[in-house]
Ligand binder design. Structure first.
Ligand SMILES: Nc1ncnc2c1ncn2[C@@H]1O[C@H](COP(=O)(O)OP(=O)(O)OP(=O)(O)O)[C@@H](O)[C@H]1O
Length: 257
């Protein structure tokens, strides 16, 4: 679980996050959404520890997150897995070397233990053994994303952060990746937070959705609630696409019957 209390972040005299309160629960996939410039990425980077908040608290359950010492920082990083936008795999390393990277960085596991963990993680994301020795450039975008997920979960994190996990993927692959993240979250009771633009993901896996507007939490709820909300900004965001408008019309017709 991650608790966010009155989180503020300014850059010089520009206040971007203006006091956000929310909770991200373990075993659930939570999505941060909102229009461009709302502050999603700044919020996401504060959660990840890449930006230091100007004030407020981010409390990771069981971790001394607010302590500024190197040991606490390291402990937090060990318990966080991250799937970066566009996968961010190392081109010069093979698939299995990419996945092994966090184990080399953060653990003192034996070589055989690391090998086992890497194989388990790659198997979990359905990467076949014949791809283990390939370089990222030799596999498809969807497979690269799976490898990025394997790398993020190889050290059994308590927290999983995914930045636009669907960027660059076709809709079918995007749904598969979303569901994979959601399944892994449930199986391992991980607290998963996704920075997203994608309405499909919101509907498909959004167990908790935090909608930001102008640096504030304007709304939060579940994927079922978001479809029926009469909150003007959220509704405008959700139904900005033709597809979602058709979905709403179809649902309204169904309700009338
Ligand atoms: N390092 C920075 N220094 C100064 N201002 C920044 C910095 N990073 C972000 N901002 C500002 O913070 C505001 C919110 O940016 P952010 O990237 O969080 O938006 P976003 O909701 O993620 O938008 P998008 O969906 O377009 O990625 C913007 O006005 C941006 O210019």
């Amino acid at each position: 679980m991650i608790e966010v209390k009155n989180l503020k972040k300014s850059f010089e005299d520009k206040e971007v996050l203006k006091g956000i309160d929310t909770v991200f629960e373990s075993g659930k996939t939570s999505l941060i959404i909102g229009s461009s410039g709302a502050g999603k990425t700044v919020f996401f980077k504060c959660l990840l520890g890449l930006f230091e908040p100007t004030s407020g608290e981010i409390i990771f359950e069981g971790l001394e997150n607010n302590s500024k010492n190197a040991d606490a920082d390291r402990e937090r990083r060990e318990q966080i897995g991250t799937v970066f936008q566009y996968s961010a795999l190392f081109d010069f390393l093979s698939v299995e070397q990419n996945v092994q990277f966090p184990l080399d960085m953060f653990t003192k596991m034996s070589t055989s233990e690391k090998k086992d963990r890497v194989h388990q993680a790659l198997t979990r994301v359905n990467i076949e053994e014949d791809a283990f020795k390939k370089k990222p450039s030799e596999i498809s975008g969807g497979m690269q994303k799976r490898v990025a997920i394997a790398r993020a979960i190889v050290n059994s994190p308590k927290y999983l952060f995914c930045d636009e996990p669907n960027s660059g993927l076709d809709p079918e692959t995007a749904i598969i990746i979303d569901n994979l993240i959601s399944e892994i979250t449930h199986e391992n009771n991980i607290t998963t937070v996704i920075n997203s633009h994608d309405m499909n993901s919101v509907i498909e896996i959004g167990e908790k959705i935090v909608f930001l507007k102008d640096g504030l939490k304007a709304w939060e709820g579940t994927n079922e609630e978001i479809v029926f909300t009469d909150h003007e900004d959220v509704s405008e965001f959700v139904y900005s696409s033709n597809l979602m408008q058709h979905v709403r019309t179809a649902m309204q017709k169904k309700e009338k019957k």
